[in-house]
Design a protein around this ligand. Sequence first.
Ligand SMILES: Nc1ncnc2c1ncn2[C@@H]1O[C@H](COP(=O)(O)OP(=O)(O)OP(=O)(O)O)[C@@H](O)[C@H]1O
Length: 309
Amino acid sequence: MPKFYVIHNPQAGNQAHGDIISQTKQLNTISRWTDTAYPGHAAHLAKNLAKTITDPEAVVLAIGGDGTLNEVLNGLIQGQKQRPLPLAYIPTGSGNDFARAAHLGQASEALAHLKATTHTQLLNVGQMTDDGLYQSTRYFINNLGIGFDAAVVERANQSPWKKRLNRWGLGHLSYLATTLGAFFRQNDFQMTLMNGDTYRQIPSAFLVTITNQPFFGGGIALLPEADLSHEGFDLIVTDKLSFFQFLKLFIALKKDGQHLASPHITRIPLQRGAQIHVRDMQPGQIDGETLCKSTFSLTIDFHTYPFWL
Ligand SMILES: Nc1ncnc2c1ncn2[C@@H]1O[C@H](COP(=O)(O)OP(=O)(O)OP(=O)(O)O)[C@@H](O)[C@H]1O
């Protein structure tokens, strides 16, 4: 029997999951329940659990959106002593891209799934090390983006539309609603990639996304055949497009993944230790959370982590 240590973000999504929250609280497998009180709290709580819990049956249950899941995952890995604490998840966010990729469905289906789960499965987790001054390391389960997708995330997270659409349970559309504005404001930039023995310079990158799962931006299938359990990550780079080209690509993207055949899109399987350099100041995002606008000098690696799914 798992014993759940719950980290719940009450501010995620439209905060309209009261029934799911009370049903989850009634599970007799709940050992501890903590609501987050501020941004970053979930990471802090998870790190403490990873440092202190020795119970072999402990499972950390994150309840919130992709941002909460990312914080919990980072806290668990940073605080890990020996055995990693398995991570379970119920999606109550706006975009919920991880839940979509893991076939968890809505919060109610994820709760039913949680009750039926009996073991962990290993999923692939990305590791980003910033080779700049602070040498910081962060982990991601969905994707890491520089440029256009990060600009969309930044605008969506700041936009009043996210709150408004969330009221009607349509929070995922907030990313779509901010796409056009971000398209016209985002410039192209030069990036270099050192991937194994291959050096590559891309003079006019517009969207740079590292992903191991199909979705980003609240359900847009950027890489339809990607699989969370597959080892390794792909880098997707698009050129700066004319508005007409963008529209054509966007329609293909919403349809069937044929966008990957476009000459404007490059897909590169990343090797361990791949290095990405972007010298212009650009927006960044990690699992849908905004990174400070900056230059980027990153080393990418990947690991597996046990998920209770
Ligand atoms: N008590 C709190 N008050 C305010 N913000 C919080 C609190 N707890 C967590 N947060 C912050 O809420 C933000 C949004 O959370 P989360 O990403 O889980 O939901 P979402 O944005 O609605 O969903 P998604 O990422 O799936 O679109 C995160 O940046 C997180 O740090």
